[in-house]
Design a protein around this ligand. Structure first.
Ligand SMILES: Nc1ncnc2c1ncn2[C@@H]1O[C@H](COP(=O)(O)OP(=O)(O)OP(=O)(O)O)[C@@H](O)[C@H]1O
Ligand SMILES: [Mg+2]
Length: 239
């Protein structure tokens, strides 16, 4: 569904991503793992069209549609094609309510019934958000804001959902809940690209994984194989 070929990302003189190849088959969960500054967020921001200074191909071919190179396209257009991102941190709109934040996620749509159905689906995935639908985003707890960011990404009828560290800063019990929800999102038929610091949980849920170090892929393989790999254990799973 997505094939990234020879992707480079630049921030002025900084060369953050140095020619990576990634493949995400339709219906799979693929994870990108790496230390701080490895280039994980840069990669998904490039796919989302949020970074202009890139090189390489981002070939998107959802089933039933022809192949499109996303490189150089506007972020709104990429969302309309079915690629959503839940950004790192709590990038929700603090002065809008939970409900309004979700509606904003559907900005590219005008099928009122479909939007309502997806909103209800988000509320059933996250009952906590439903209870708080009238609360201002900024007054939610960190974990609740994280759930809202995830829910919002589901509101644009995505085919591919990219999640940037969805478990960041969550209590262990919530981390488990978020990973369960990622599994549910996937079983709803959505393909998932997951960026995580929690390598153990990410490798467990993902069918395939890439390990990034300073802008390059240094290791890749099936999630379950990498979990047993001594190099991965040493560097990312605490020995
Ligand atoms: N807007 C920017 N301007 C300049 N450099 C940037 C910018 N954004 C990221 N970088 C640099 O690019 C490199 C990769 O950053 P990126 O955010 O992609 O890493 P990451 O793997 O997501 O790390 P983390 O786990 O800390 O989120 C880092 O060295 C970072 O300092
Ligand atoms: Mg990041």
């Amino acid at each position: 569904m997505l094939k990234v070929e020879g992707l480079h990302v630049y921030y002025g003189a900084i060369h953050a991503v140095k020619g990576i190849d990634i493949e995400i088959p339709e219906g799979s969960i693929v994870t990108l793992i790496g230390a701080n500054g490895a280039g994980k967020s840069s990669t998904i921001r490039a796919v989302s069209g949020l970074i202009k200074s890139i090189k390489g191909k981002i070939l998107y071919s959802p089933s039933g549609a022809s192949q499109t190179d996303l490189a150089g396209r506007a972020p709104e257009e990429i969302v309309k094609l079915g690629v959503a991102m839940s950004p790192e941190g709590r990038r929700i709109l603090p002065h809008l309510t939970v409900e309004e934040n979700l509606q904003l996620g559907a900005f590219s749509r005008n099928d009122k019934d479909g939007i309502e159905r997806d909103r209800d689906r988000v509320y059933s995935l996250f009952p906590r958000l439903k209870e708080r639908s009238w609360q201002k985003g900024g007054t939610l707890s960190g974990g609740e804001q994280q759930m809202l960011a995830l829910g919002r990404a589901l509101m644009c009828e995505p085919k591919l959902v990219m999640l940037d560290e969805p478990s960041l800063g969550l209590a262990p019990i919530l981390v488990k809940e978020v990973f369960d929800i990622i599994g549910e999102i996937n079983s709803l038929g959505k393909t998932v690209l997951l960026v995580e610091q929690n390598a153990f949980a990410a490798l467990k849920i993902a069918s395939y994984a890439y390990i990034l170090e300073v802008g390059r892929i240094v290791l890749q393989g099936r999630g379950e194989d990498l979990l047993k790999d001594p190099r991965v254990k040493e560097a990312y799973l605490g020995g």
